[in-house]
Design a protein around this ligand. Structure first.
Ligand code: GLP
Length: 252
């Protein structure tokens, strides 16, 4: 595991974007795993600048990590909409090559299996972009998610629902409580993982993920078992890491 600390969220995003761009340079038909949430936004914005400067991602394929259950894809806060807005358009990806789990499917189990099959058919994910929840979740794999879990329907914790309520300000509209998410095992199958975390509110989750015990209580701690993970952090998100962890590769 590598830890790269930058002064602020913009610099963190730029640093992570260069890692993604160099992977795409080596492999134009890159299979990218994409995360929603605010943490990867500066990464996408930096990557979009590189695309406007000539980086060509038009042959890439993308798989989103997750989607709210029961939310229409057209809803502005559905991850279908967020990915289209924040990823597909600015990165000039081919919309037909961007996949998001079907959270509105009547048969969620069938939709989950179909999503796993689509990732396998694409040859697996080359580079997975991840954020981290304040409770250590990755995708929507809440505490208790096993290391070998695959794409499935899950219940969100009260903390995640509260964290996400900022995207659903209308009191008449309930915050989604379930989601279809890639499993921890699905995420760990990616060949390379880039996690972005910024802000003091992520410091505890980051410290537990990087240096705590590997446990389902902190799903991001399973990343310690992956051979190629880089955490891109800003100073505040890195503030609870010991200096030794910050300057030396962990488990390298
Ligand atoms: C949601 C997403 C996660 C994301 C997390 C953190 O739960 N499903 O993929 O990592 O939010 O979001 P933020 O980066 O906005 O804090």
């Amino acid at each position: 595991m590598r830890i790269i600390v930058s002064p602020d969220p913009v610099a963190t995003g730029a640093s992570a974007a260069h890692a993604v761009a160099s992977a795409a340079d080596h492999r134009p038909d890159l299979v990218l795993g994409v995360a929603t949430g605010s943490s990867p936004q500066p990464l996408y914005r930096s990557l979009a600048i590189l695309v406007r400067a000539g980086l060509d991602l038009s042959s890439a394929t993308a798989f989103a990590l997750d989607e709210y259950a029961g939310l229409a894809p057209e809803h502005p806060q559905s991850y279908h909409s967020v990915i289209a807005r924040d990823v597909t358009a600015p990165l000039r990806l081919d919309p037909d090559s961007v996949h998001v789990p079907d959270g509105a499917a009547a048969d969620a189990d069938a939709a989950a299996e179909a999503y796993e099959r689509a990732i396998t058919r694409a040859g697996g994910v080359d580079l997975q972009i991840l954020g981290i929840g304040t409770n250590g979740h990755i995708g929507f794999n809440e505490p208790g998610s096993p290391a070998d879990s695959r794409t499935r329907i899950v219940d969100l914790t009260a903390r995640t629902i509260a964290d996400n309520s900022r995207f659903f300000p209308d009191p008449a509209e309930p915050v989604p409580t379930r989601a279809l998410t890639q499993g921890v095992g699905t995420i760990l199958a990616a060949r390379r993982i880039v996690l972005v975390a910024t802000g003091e509110h992520k410091a505890e989750a980051v410290a537990r993920a990087v240096a705590g015990p590997v446990t389902a209580a902190v799903p991001a701690s399973f990343l310690q078992r992956h051979p190629d993970v880089t955490f891109f952090l800003d100073e505040t998100a890195a503030s609870r890491l010991s200096p030794t962890v910050r300057v030396q590769p962990v488990n390298a």
